[in-house]
Design a protein around this ligand. Structure first.
Ligand code: ZN
Length: 472
């Protein structure tokens, strides 16, 4: 081979190399991505396609394929492809869907907890949830250091959450002190008062000191307050009070125990509240500045506001019955007490008072109960007193639930029944829908009583019971 040929061959070789390298370079750069080659997208946010461009052909000829599921953590490829002179050229973008949200960790119990002395804190529990991975409670790590408990949880993407719970070793919790028996009770004049006592407990102290202050002087009628104060070893105290009334001996409808010149009238309204009558009764009582007693039963909760209003305006909301259904109430003692408890709970919910003043449906002298349970009234009247209830019958009847049709007749029955020599006129009237005869007689009845020098009062736990003879 001569030198010229070698030179030519080298020249051709160089030319071919330049062409090949140039072509590779050209095709490799035929497509370029807009935006980064690796893109991160937070879970549930949208991946925005920025596209690609090319210098020699229209960008619209670029075919883009591949999908990004933004609800699933992972790596996705997007392919950009273009054909030029019959040659396919492609380029890829990497899209990473990532979870950046830390799990949520919630403590059961307080962030600061009280523990006595060196006692161990009893873990109250916790929950951890991740918006992507779900329940991670099992992955929570718990560490305690210097009375701080650290709860840490990490999700698969490395997002971490730590919460702390602080242990307080000073006893700041007051003892629990509750009275045995009712917080209001009464005792008959010149009898012996025996206190039912209390129950006390404390979170830390084994020894809790309880002092009872106050005295019930049963030789004098009146209201007495007993104050119970419990003190634990750390000096936290709890105080509760009991009101005890010393009352004159229970009187009966015959009117024994009457004191001349000491006329008191207790207006009582049964079977309410009622949408039409209660507001009118309350308005008259307010106008005349007279307090009365409502023996309520259960009506629709839409009338609850009337019970609240009775209480707020200073009247006594007493218990009559939940159902006022004789067959239900007098079928057994259990049925009776169930019914009573339901109306007692309702009144307590509405007024905050655990009421112990009651009136039997039909009165304690009713005979209707014989149809359902023989002898039930004899047992109930005895037991109710033992349980601390004060039940009231009446000694003046308006007759407004019976044959009486006019307000004149209501007025006549009541005024005829009132004895100005009696300190315990208990007047039975009714608060049912549209009982206009009673509503219309009410103001005149009050005027009559006032003119006769009588005082109007509501029944409370100091009012001597007025009861009928029992007939069953
Ligand atoms: Zn009734």
């Amino acid at each position: 081979m001569n030198k010229t040929l070698i030179k030519i061959l080298i020249g051709i070789g160089c030319f071919v190399i330049v062409i090949v390298v140039g072509s590779i370079f050209f095709f490799k750069n035929l497509i370029s991505l807009k935006g980064d080659e690796v893109v991160q997208v937070a879970l549930n946010s949208n991946y925005e396609e920025k596209g690609a461009k090319t210098n020699f052909i229209d960008d619209d000829n670029i075919k883009i394929t591949g999908e990004v599921d933004n609800k699933k953590v992972g790596t996705y490829k997007i392919k950009y492809e273009v054909k030029f002179l019959g040659i396919k050229v492609d380029k890829y973008r990497t899209v990473e869907v990532v979870d950046r949200e830390a799990p949520e960790l919630t403590l059961k119990g307080g962030e600061t907890v009280n523990v006595c002395g060196d006692a161990k804190y009893e873990e109250e529990g916790y929950t951890a949830t991740d918006s992507y991975e779900g329940d991670l409670t099992d992955k929570v790590k718990v560490e305690e250091k210097d009375d701080i408990i650290f709860y840490t949880v990490e999700d698969n993407s490395g997002n971490k959450t730590t919460v702390r719970r602080y242990i307080n070793r000073d006893d700041k919790e007051a003892p629990k002190l509750t009275l045995v028996g009712s917080s209001t009770s009464s005792v008959v004049l010149n009898s012996k008062y025996s206190d039912p006592g209390y129950k006390v407990s404390d979170n830390c102290s084994e020894k809790v000191d309880v002092k009872v202050e106050g005295k019930v002087d049963t030789s004098k009628t009146g209201n007495y307050t007993l104050t119970y104060t419990a003190t634990d070893e750390a000096g936290n105290t709890t105080t509760v009070k009991r009101k005890v009334s010393v009352v004159k001996k229970t009187s009966t409808s015959s009117g024994s125990g009457s004191i001349p010149g000491n006329c008191v009238i207790y207006l009582t309204f049964d079977d309410g509240p009622s949408k039409t009558s209660t507001p009118k009764i309350l308005e008259i009582l307010k106008k005349k500045n007279v307090k009365a007693t409502f023996f309520v039963i259960n009506h629709s909760s839409s009338l609850d506001y009337l019970i609240k209003q009775e209480y707020q305006e200073g009247h006594t909301v007493a218990l009559h019955s939940y159902t006022h259904n004789y067959k239900t109430v007098y079928s057994s003692k259990t049925a009776f007490y169930n019914d009573l408890k339901k109306i007692q709970d309702k009144v307590e919910k509405l007024t905050g008072v655990k009421q112990m003043i009651t009136r039997f449906p039909g009165g304690s002298s009713n005979t209707v109960s014989r149809n359902y349970k023989k002898g039930i009234m004899s047992e109930l009247t005895k037991e109710m007193k033992e349980k601390g209830y004060h039940y009231f019958d009446w000694n003046v009847s308006s007759g407004d639930a019976g044959n009486v049709k006019t307000s004149d007749a209501v007025y006549k029955n009541v005024t005829k029944g009132i004895s100005t020599k009696r300190s315990n006129n208990v007047v039975l009237m009714h608060d049912f829908e549209n009982n206009n005869k009673t509503v219309n007689a009410l103001e005149r009845i009050i005027d009559y009583g006032l003119a006769k020098g009588c005082k109007f009062d509501k029944i409370d736990m100091t009012t001597p019971m007025v009861t009928h003879g029992v007939n069953n």
